[in-house]
Design a protein around this ligand. Structure first.
Ligand code: GLA
Length: 370
């Protein structure tokens, strides 16, 4: 989708006047580097084709009106007021509140959102909404914010207003990644560079059909465990553990949590030096095992789907992606075999009682990938 959400007339039909600014941002799929970002580690996301669009105009009502086109929901809120009941609206309100705290004179606004990014599956629909909102605000008010500042503000909105103590992975990906190459990001220094996918390989994202449960509470708990492990080891963050043997002295489950973070960081750095899709895929498989056994953020349905993907001859590697606890899996597949992999794996998954679906590439481009 390009341009403002829906035809411009939709904004005008909703609010009685045309939009004055628009912004958009993509969702992301993380190829490697899971639960490393809040440990100052390395991540390797790539943007997905699906984007979120936001359009705005200043109103003179003294409060904001927000309309979500695809959800068919209309919400009214004050930037500094209580959090709206509709969860998606807290991200928008949070971004405006963070901007205001940063000294931006945020007026009352009419806002329309339209999103193609699948929600609640680990593809960062919330970061896409945050970054699109802040980009739109930047355009509306002519703010001198760069893409990293936008990512940081989106992350603050998520932590302070949505209550998830997330790292910077999602917002940096929504703000800086593109769909053609992966983004290697050092989440401590924010140094980054683009990295090509291995030759003759493409990314496939499949939803397990299992909604993420307890995602934010279990997520915050994992983060607290990592912080505790770092404290016991006397380092600022797990990124600073000099040697993998050190974690062996930790009590369980901290030992396994820390081991995941250390081995996952190593996998990201190894992956960007990989010459072949086979080697890259093996690192994805190892990442899944580590997320399942050491970090314990998988669920049986994800394990089943990942095993089916890994067993397919045209798949180089597969793993759960995002925070875990349900949601989607990512696989690196042989180019030209995408449609066959998707069909074969989804049929086998259905026979085991699962109800999966392909999320990336988006359905309309699947035919050309066959
Ligand atoms: C969520 C968070 C990210 C990151 C991932 C796990 O997407 O928002 O900051 O921690 O989980 O890698």
């Amino acid at each position: 989708m390009t341009g403002p959400p829906g035809p411009p007339s939709v904004f005008e039909a909703t609010f009685g006047a045309p939009a004055q600014a628009q912004g958009s941002a993509p969702g992301r799929v993380n190829l490697l580097g899971e639960h490393t970002d809040y440990n100052d580690g390395f991540v390797l996301p790539i943007a997905i084709p699906q984007r979120t669009q936001v359009a705005m105009r200043v109103n003179d009502l003294g409060h904001c009106r927000l309309h979500a086109l695809d959800l068919g929901q209309a919400v009214t809120f004050d930037v500094d007021g209580p959090a709206p009941e509709q969860h998606f609206a807290t991200y928008v309100q949070g971004c405006l509140a963070v901007a205001r705290e940063a000294g931006v004179a945020v007026p009352s606004l009419d806002i329309q959102v339209a999103s193609e990014v699948p929600m609640g599956v680990g593809l960062s629909s919330s970061a896409a909404l945050e970054v699109a909102t802040l980009r739109c605000l930047r355009q509306l008010l002519g703010l001198g914010l760069d893409d990293v500042e936008i990512a940081r503000m989106g992350q603050r909105a998520e932590i302070e207003h949505a209550g998830v103590r997330c790292g910077i992975l999602d917002q940096m990906a929504a703000s800086l990644a593109d769909t053609s190459r992966a983004l290697l990001l050092d989440t401590r220094s924010l140094e980054r560079r683009f990295v090509s996918l291995p030759p003759q390989s493409v990314v496939l994202v499949v939803d397990s059909g299992v909604p993420r449960s307890l995602a934010s509470s279990a997520y915050n708990q994992r983060r607290a465990e990592c912080e505790q492990a770092a404290q016991l080891l006397g380092v600022a963050s797990l990124r600073d553990v000099p040697d993998a043997l050190a974690v062996e002295t930790l009590p369980e489950p901290l030992r396994r949590r820390a081991r995941h973070v250390l081995t996952e960081n190593a996998r990201v750095l190894e992956a960007v030096a990989c010459a072949t899709a086979q080697d890259f895929g093996a690192l994805m498989n190892a990442s899944h095992a580590s997320l399942r056994d050491d970090f314990e953020v998988s669920v049986p349905a994800l394990d089943r789907l990942v095993s089916l993907l890994q067993a397919h001859p045209d798949v180089f590697g597969a793993r759960l992606t995002g925070a875990g606890f349900g949601g989607a899996c990512v696989a690196l597949c042989r180019e030209h075999a995408l449609a066959a992999v998707a069909t074969g794996v989804l049929e086998a998954y259905a026979r085991s009682g699962g109800r999966g679906s392909v999320l990336v590439p988006p359905l309309e481009t699947m035919a050309s990938a066959a």
